[in-house]
Every structure is written in structure tokens, then in C-alpha cells.
Design a protein around this ligand. Sequence first.
Ligand code: ADP
Length: 190
Amino acid sequence: MINIVLFGKPGAGKGTQAEFLKEKYNLTHLSTGDIFRYNMKYDTPLGKEAKGYIENGDLVPDSLTIKMLQDEVEKNLTSKGFLFDGFPRTIPQADALDAFLKSKNWEVTATIALEADDEILVQRLLERGKTSGRADDQDEEKIRNRYQEYNEKTAPLMDYYKVQGKFHSVNGIGKIKEITERLAKVIDNL
Ligand SMILES: Nc1ncnc2c1ncn2[C@@H]1O[C@H](COP(=O)(O)OP(=O)(O)O)[C@@H](O)[C@H]1O
């Protein structure tokens, strides 16, 4: 069982890298952003609740997010391991994840951050917004709000995992393949 938390600011490339890593290591990829978008698309009760927060670039409340994530893990109990993408994003979410995994006799194996400069990332998101159809990628003010949320609520998780000796980071700037190789090197040495 290996459980990896893929960590990084909005636009850092978590989703792109997750596609490669899940194949390479046979992991179940759980992207909270993708799950929310799926629910919004089909207008489920969860989607309706999350929509306003997401479109403003705010985080969805912890209670809703934690429940959703746990339900997804429960659906995949025979998995060889999980790749968490976009979760946890707050200290309460990280506490909930640790407690939940512990209840299954599992744990977070490692957290790997994709590092990149804010200004490069804002430009990447604006580019993505032209084609992705994501409302939260099309408005610079909302993008800036996502960075503020990140700095206030998510950045403290780096210390949270450092204290546990589980924090790793790689340079997120370069060719997609090079970045995959950097991530694989960390995972292979765990
Ligand atoms: N763990 C989470 N906690 C709260 N909100 C979340 C979480 N994951 C995703 N979201 C919501 O979904 C939005 C999109 O998530 P994601 O696709 O991972 O975006 P990004 O490209 O900003 O990293 C976030 O801005 C947030 O509103």
C-alpha cells in the first residue's frame, strides 16, 4: 500500500502528473477538483452545494470535502494505493485523512509538492481558462483569490508533513516528462 499526496498551488500540474503516476504505480487517483466538477456537471446535491464556493475561488467547506473524499476511498478498498490530488488542502482535512487512513491500518506514505512561481502559474491558469471552460480559470481576480486561499489554508500543510518526515518537493518547471521523472525518483526512493 502506498499513499501519495500530490501537493502544489493551483496550476502547478498536479492533474497532468497524476495521469502518469497512477499508471506507473497502479494507484487510484482521487482528484477532489475533478470529483466536484463531475458533480457540478450532473447537478447533484453535492455539486449544487459546492458550486458557489468553487466559482468564487474559495475552498469548499471541510465537512463536505472530507465526507466526499472518504466515500471515494470506501468505493476503492481493494486498491493498491491512492494518489490524492487536491486533498488535503487544510489542516483539518489533513487530520481527518490521517485518522481515516489509520482506521484502515493505512497511512500517508509521502507528500510531494510540485514547486513553481506564482506569476508563471497565474499565466498558465489564464491560458487553461481559454480552453477548459472552467469559470474559476477565466477571471484573474478569482485566480488570485485561489492563491490567497492556498497561502492561508494550504501552505501550512508543508510544515504539517515536514514534522512527520513525509514532505518532499520537486521543481515543477520543465518538460512534462522531466517532471514525471523527478516525481518517480522520489517515489522509487520511499
Ligand atoms: N480539498 C479541497 N477542499 C476544499 N475545496 C476544494 C478541495 N479540492 C478542490 N476544491 C475546490 O475545487 C476547486 C478546484 O480544484 P482543483 O481542480 O484542484 O483546482 P486547482 O487548479 O485550483 O488546483 C478549488 O478552487 C476549490 O474551490
